[in-house]
Every structure is written in C-alpha cells, then in structure tokens.
Design a protein around this ligand. Sequence first.
Ligand SMILES: NC(=O)c1ccc[n+]([C@@H]2O[C@H](COP(=O)([O-])OP(=O)(O)OC[C@H]3O[C@@H](n4cnc5c(N)ncnc54)[C@H](OP(=O)(O)O)[C@@H]3O)[C@@H](O)[C@H]2O)c1
Length: 240
Amino acid sequence: VPVGATVVHMSGWREHAVVDSGRCRVVDPEDALLHLSSGLTAYVGLRVAGLRNGETVYVSSAAGAVGSMVAQLAKAIGAGRVVGSTSSARKATDLTERLGFDAAFDYRGGPIDEELARSAPNGIDVFFDNVGGEHLAATIKALNPRGRVALCGALAQQLGEDADPQLDLLTIIGRRLSLRGFTATDHLDWEPDYLRLMRHNNIVPAHTIVDGLASAPQALLDVFAGRYTGMVTVRLGHEA
Ligand SMILES: NC(=O)c1ccc[n+]([C@@H]2O[C@H](COP(=O)([O-])OP(=O)(O)OC[C@H]3O[C@@H](n4cnc5c(N)ncnc54)[C@H](OP(=O)(O)O)[C@@H]3O)[C@@H](O)[C@H]2O)c1
C-alpha cells in the first residue's frame, strides 16, 4: 500500500486502524463517496436479477442506503419504470423528486398489492427486496411471468418481527419466478463497471453527514427508525 493512499477497510467505526495490506483496498480518493455508499450493492442486485431494457423494477425500503441508489442505476442500465416504497409520504416524495423513481408509495398507507397495482399497472419484472416478510409475500403476486427477485436484505426480520412470510409457491412455480439471494462482496470484480456507470451518469449518492464518532450510535438508531433518506456517513475530526 503506497504511503498516503486512501484505503477501504472493514474494521468498523474507528479513527485509526492497523490493517493487513491484504485486508484493505486502495481506492481513488475522488471516488470516496461512491465507495462509502451502498451503490455497489444496488448495482450487483440489478445485475444478478438480469435487468433488461424497458423492464419495471420495484424496490422495497427504497429510501434506505441501498434502496436510494437503485432507481438511478436501474435507469442507467435501461429500466423502463422504477417504483419504490417507504414509510412516509414525505420520503416517497423524496424518491420521485430527487432519486429517480417514477412512482413511490407509503407502504403503511394501504395494502401493498393495491399500491403496486396503482404504481406498476403493467406488473413488475424485477423486485429488489430489502425487506422480506409480508412485503415479499405480497409482491410475489404482482410479478410478471419470469419475474426475478433479488433478495438483498430482510429488514422485516432484522428490525421487526415479520420473519415467516407465507409465500405463494404455486404462483412462483406457475409464473416461473426466480428468487436469488446475493452478497455484494462476492462481486467486487464488478466494482470498476459500477464506478464507470456512476461517473458516466453523474449519479451522486443521497447522504447525510453527522459529525464525530460519538454521534455514530444515535445516528445508527435514527437510520433504523427511518429518520434519514439515503446513507449516513460519520465525519471524523469534526466533533459535534
Ligand atoms: N446483500 C448484500 O450484499 C447487502 C449489502 C448491504 C446491505 N444489505 C441489506 O440490505 C438491506 C438494506 O440495507 P440499508 O443499509 O439500505 O438499510 P436501510 O434501508 O438504510 O435501513 C434502514 C431502513 O429500514 C427500514 N425499516 C426499519 N424498520 C423496518 C421494519 N421493521 N420493516 C421494514 N423496514 C424497516 C426504514 O425504512 P422505511 O422508513 O422506508 O421503512 C429504514 O430507513 C438490509 O437488510 C441490509 O442488511 C445487503
């Protein structure tokens, strides 16, 4: 690792870290925000789902760190329509006004199948799922034949209690649907393609900066409570 290089490591929140050279990656400091963002995860999910030109994508937890990156990337790849859901009308407006979504709804506002029928009248080809649970169960029924689900996260299980959805297997079989889990770290070799797509389309991750490590625990709780749109970064050397 050259002296003065900017590196990415996974040693967690800290101001200093001693890291083996094999456990960090040298990156261009110009791209620091792109590496801090969850854009690579969004890109990998769309790629494993085999998104094709003109298709309709639906994203759950669309205002989150991963979800907020999906619409602009999907459009850059060729998606025809991108729909997202989140927990408030204010965040839904953010999705359509700032983050490239064609339609967005508050999933607490009514049954998900009805909201999907309104927002994606021609059905869904790719479901980028961050939530799982009943959200996944409802969306299965809105998928078009040969639709694909990129299973990115299971927030309903991670942050809630909705761990055991009743998936309609006959719909999955009859419509030849595919559900595929993925982890972005299996595809770090796709990072150069991701960075090119981001730069070429001038996509800037939506983010909020909080100052100082001492602010990080509260910021994390606020992320879980849905208080932010996009990712949250902690700036070191600027104590609040
Ligand atoms: N597969 C991979 O490689 C990979 C990589 C990174 C992250 N992930 C996963 O992807 C998912 C999204 O990650 P992220 O960093 O973007 O998180 P995030 O979406 O920013 O997480 C916070 C959001 O979760 C939603 N939420 C809170 N409680 C919930 C509940 N009980 N049910 C449903 N949603 C709830 C809230 O959004 P609303 O206000 O909109 O409800 C909140 O803004 C996570 O499950 C994470 O583990 C996967």
